[in-house]
Design a protein around this ligand. Structure first.
Ligand code: BTN
Length: 323
C-alpha cells in the first residue's frame, strides 16, 4: 500500500485508529505508522488523536483524473492534448519538458505532490500532497518568443479568472506575475520557453495554487504566503473542481493570448494591479530608483512615475516602499 492510499482513507476527516487503518489497508500497524510519518514529512498535517488514532484537521478531496475531466466543459475537453495526473513527480513542468516534441498542444500534467517543484530564480516550490494544486500546460506558438512578451503576466490573469469563476474575489496581481491575497503569495507562475526567437516555439506554463497551507508550511515557505482557505472562511473549493476550472481558464486564456496577445488581458490586469498608485523601489541591473506604480502598458511593461518622468520597466525586482 502506498501513502496515497492511506491519505485517501483519511480524506473524510474522520479519526481512524491505527488498527482500523491497518485492517482497511491490509498492513501491520507498524507499516501504517511508517506511511503516516512519510506523509507528515511531506507536509500533510495528520494529527494523532490519542486512542482515537489519526485524523486530518479537515476533510480533503484526493485529485482524480475522471472527476477533473467530468468538470471540464466539452469544448475545453476537446482542445486538450493530454491530461495526466501523477501521485508524485519531480516537477510537472520538467515532465512536459521531457516529453518534448512528442507532446501534443495543451498537454496538461498535474501531480498530488512534487519532489523537486521549481519556482522562479532557481527557488524551489513547496509541493505537499492533498492540499494545493500543481499544474503545467504545454502550448505551442508559431510567431516565436518575440510574440510572447506578456505571457507570464497574462497567466496571472488566467489564474485570477479561474478563482473568480468559483466566486472567490480579493486576489491581486503584483508585477510581473505574482498572485497575492491577504498580503501573501497565493499562486506562483513559472513560464518556460523553448524554440526560436522568430519561429515556432513552445511555452510550458507551470502554476502552483495554494488551497490550504499549514502553519509549518507557512514557515517553510520563507516568504509571506496565503491560500484560498483564507478567502473562503476556511473552506476552499473542491480541489478537482478548482483544477478543472484552472485548466479551462488556461486553455481559453492561452488561445486568447495566441489570437490577440497581452492586449486582451491588459484591462483585467489593470483592474487587479496591486502596485497601482503604490510607492515602489525598483532594483535592476541598471541600478535602483524609487517611484510610484502607474499601471502596465500593452506590452506588459511596468510603468513607474518618477521625479525624472515615466519609466517603463521590462525586468526588475520590485518592492513596495513602506511609508
Ligand atoms: C514562483 O516561484 O513563483 C513560481 C512557482 C511555480 C510552481 C509551479 S507548481 C507546477 C509547476 N511545476 C513546477 O516545478 N513549478 C511550477
Amino acid at each position: 500500500m502506498q501513502p496515497q492510499q492511506i491519505l485517501a482513507i483519511l480524506a473524510t476527516g474522520e479519526a481512524l485508529s491505527g488498527s482500523r487503518l491497518a485492517a482497511e489497508a491490509g498492513l501491520t500497524r507498524a507499516a501504517i505508522w511508517k506511511q503516516i510519518e512519510a506523509l507528515r514529512h511531506r507536509g500533510v498535517p495528520i494529527e494523532s488523536v490519542g486512542s482515537a488514532g489519526y485524523q486530518l484537521p479537515w476533510p480533503i478531496q484526493m485529485l482524480d483524473e475522471s472527476s477533473i475531466r467530468a468538470e471540464l466543459p466539452v469544448v475545453i475537453a476537446r482542445r486538450i492534448g493530454a491530461l495526466d495526473l501523477y501521485w508524485e513527480i519531480d516537477s510537472t513542468s520538467s515532465e512536459l519538458q521531457r516529453r518534448g516534441s512528442a507532446a501534443p498542444d495543451f498537454s496538461i500534467v498535474m501531480a498530488e505532490t512534487q519532489t523537486a517543484g521549481r519556482g522562479r530564480r532557481g527557488r524551489s516550490w513547496l509541493s505537499p500532497p492533498g492540499l494545493n494544486l500543481y499544474v503545467s500546460c504545454l502550448k505551442r506558438f508559431d510567431a516565436g518568443f518575440a510574440s510572447l512578451s506578456g505571457l507570464s503576466l497574462a497567466t496571472g490573469v488566467i489564474v485570477l479568472r479561474a478563482v473568480h469563476a468559483l466566486g472567490i474575489v480579493g486576489p491581486r496581481l503584483k508585477w510581473p506575475n505574482d498572485v497575492l491575497a491577504e498580503g501573501g503569495k497565493l499562486a506562483g507562475i513559472l513560464v518556460e520557453l523553448s524554440g526560436e526567437y522568430q519561429g515556432p516555439c513552445a511555452a510550458i506554463v507551470g502554476i502552483g495554487l495554494n488551497l490550504r497551507l499549514t502553519e509549518a508550511l507557512r514557515e517553510q515557505a520563507r516568504q509571506p504566503v496565503s491560500d484560498l482557505a483564507m478567502l473562503t472562511h476556511g473552506v476552499p473549493p473542491d480541489r478537482n473542481r478548482m483544477a478543472a476550472t484552472l485548466i479551462a481558464s488556461l486553455v481559453e486564456g492561452l488561445d486568447q493570448f495566441e489570437r490577440a496577445g497581452f492586449a486582451a488581458f491588459v484591462d483585467d490586469y489593470a483592474e487587479h494591479d496591486a502596485l497601482h498608485g503604490v510607492p515602489l523601489r525598483i532594483s535592476s541591473a541598471a541600478g535602483e530608483f524609487d517611484g510610484v506604480g502607474a499601471g502596465i502598458d500593452v506590452r506588459g511593461a511596468l510603468q513607474v512615475r518618477t521625479a525624472a518622468g515615466m519609466q517603463r520597466i521590462d525586468s526588475a525586482d520590485v518592492t513596495v516602499r513602506r511609508a
